[in-house]
Design a protein around this ligand. Structure first.
Ligand SMILES: [Ca+2]
Ligand SMILES: [Ca+2]
Length: 515
């Protein structure tokens, strides 16, 4: 007896430590306490609005997200894993639950694949006609199992997208009236494949449809609002990399839906004394977090093509697309991927705070030595100090070209006189070219032609308004020479030394003439 009391005391202590470590809101703590109390001794949760199987799968989703080390999670997982199930819906949820826990689900996956219809979709069970919600669930299960046959995945995704209704929502079956519940499930399935297939337009339309189903009380559901459809909608609309929805209206819609949930929670911590509704509401509330995000287009450079050694400022706009403010956000810039030996540029930059649906630019100034491509990476919260909805959108990269400096050159072979045997005191034409061997453009400079020595007073001076990187400008001088015998003409680019360039040694070309 005493031993049992001791074990109980240790359990309570561990529970307190575990709760405080997650710094949960009272709504989440109370909901978890109720879920804990409503679990049966065999590990499942009872049927209220839906089956015990659905209640248990949903409770496992919630406890995995919030308390993955709790005993209610492990005993629930053991119950769900031991069930022998047939419907596509049950099988899919079992695969998702087992794979997430790192357990084997190969038999279940093989069965699910046997259910697949030749047309690419899934029905409610083996040899049932395709329907939308079972195909959406099967796709989520295949994702959880890391299933990789792109042809089979594509056919299922395609079955969903071609069955998107004209109002942009989805119904239970092909051509069935759209509703929030099925649309939320399809959104989750398509979002899982947004980086594999071209489904962004479909996701965007379905998200917009779902938002139209929000009721005046902030909840979702075919009037009146209910907790589980509201929670499913929040989970499906939560900002992810795939989401195309941004802006204050979107953030406000989600905040209103969260508010519907928090105000409809019962005093005992549940939603309607229902494990399924409570588990989904808890999953939705677990998304009330900030979400830092940065994309390639958020990274800009003060100079598109800086020269080696030239100062350049790199700026990244960091966004908070989540539902909570974030503070003391570290932003780190790298040359090269930090996961592959990238080197930090400058010191850590700190953004004091970012409210939901806001963004701020943050910069680092540096120089690059040596020319060529640089891959610049920006990472928000690189040390994972901030709990947020997802970390997949916290890193982005952009390319920069570090150019060689300007280098004017006059090649003797580019100098072409109209005659090689001019007569004394008779004008002839000398065509010249000035090349820029570097990658950086120049400002304007003079070009001069000298007789006998590239010093003193030139015979003539011309002006070139500037040359782009690796480009060439040509011009002509009218030259008149006096005095019989050989003459050497010197063509000098930038005799006044107006241009900073990598070398001045190649700025003179020569041409001999005999009078
Ligand atoms: Ca993020
Ligand atoms: Ca030069």
């Amino acid at each position: 007896m005493r031993k049992n009391v001791l074990i109980f005391a240790v359990f309570i202590l561990l529970s307190i430590i575990s709760y405080s470590a997650f710094a949960q809101s009272p709504q989440i703590s109370n909901g978890l306490t109720w879920l804990n109390s409503s679990q049966t001794t065999t590990g499942n949760w009872p049927q209220v609005v839906t089956s015990e199987y659905h209640s248990t799968a949903a409770a496992l989703d919630a406890t995995y997200a919030l308390e993955p080390t709790s005993s209610i999670y492990t005993t629930g997982l053991a119950w769900l894993g031991s069930q022998v199930v047939s419907p596509t819906d049950y099988l899919s949820r079992q695969i998702i639950t087992l794979k997430r826990a790192g357990q084997d689900a190969s038999n279940e996956l093989a069965t699910l694949l046997l259910y697949r219809n030749a047309s690419g979709g899934w029905g409610g069970d083996a040899e049932y006609l395709n329907d939308i919600i079972d195909t959406a669930l099967a796709l989520q299960a295949l994702k959880a199992a890391n299933y990789s046959d792109a042809n089979i995945l594509y056919q299922a995704v395609n079955y969903l997208t071609i069955n998107q209704n004209i109002d942009s929502g989805f119904g239970f079956t092909s051509g069935g009236a759209s509703n929030a519940y099925v649309t939320a499930y399809v959104l989750r399935a398509l979002s899982a494949y947004s980086s594999t297939f071209d489904v962004k337009a479909s996701i965007s339309k379905a998200s917009a449809y779902l938002l139209t189903k929000q009721n005046a009380d902030g909840g979702f559901g075919s009037s009146p609002s209910n907790a589980y459809e509201t929670a499913l909608s929040i989970i499906s609309l939560t900002p992810l990399e795939s989401s195309s929805l941004t802006g204050q209206a979107y953030t406000t819609a989600l905040q209103n839906a969260i508010n519907y949930l928090t105000t409809t929670q019962s005093a005992n911590g549940s939603w309607n004394d229902d494990p399924y509704s409570t588990a989904l509401a808890l999953q939705a509330l677990a998304n009330v977090k900030p979400n830092l995000a940065v994309t390639t287009t958020d990274i800009t450079f003060s100079k598109l093509m800086p020269q080696t050694g030239e100062s350049i400022t790199i700026t990244a706009v960091i966004k908070n697309t989540g539902l909570e403010p974030a503070s003391t956000i570290i932003v780190r810039f790298y040359q090269g991927d930090p996961l592959a030996g990238g080197v930090q540029i400058g010191s850590d930059k700190i953004i004091p705070s970012l409210t939901p649906n806001s963004s701020t630019p943050i910069s680092v100034t540096t120089t690059f030595t040596g020319t060529g491509t640089r891959n610049i990476f920006v990472v928000a919260d690189p040390d994972n100090l901030i709990s947020e909805i997802t970390k997949v959108d916290n890193k982005a990269a952009a390319q920069l070209w570090v150019a060689t400096g300007a280098d004017l050159a006059v090649f003797s072979s580019d100098l072409k006189p109209s005659t090689y045997t001019p007569a004394s005191n008779t004008a002839f034409t000398l065509q010249y070219a000035v090349r820029n061997l570097g990658e950086s453009a120049t400002n304007g400079f003079d070009v001069a032609v000298y007789d006998g020595s590239p010093t003193g007073t030139p015979l003539q001076t011309g002006h070139i308004s500037g040359i782009g990187g690796t480009e060439t400008r040509t011009g002509t001088f009218g030259v008149t020479l006096t005095g019989d015998g050989p003459h050497t003409l010197y063509i000098v680019a930038d005799p006044g030394n107006a241009i900073t360039e990598t070398t001045k040694a190649n700025n003179i070309g020569t041409k001999r003439s005999l009078i």
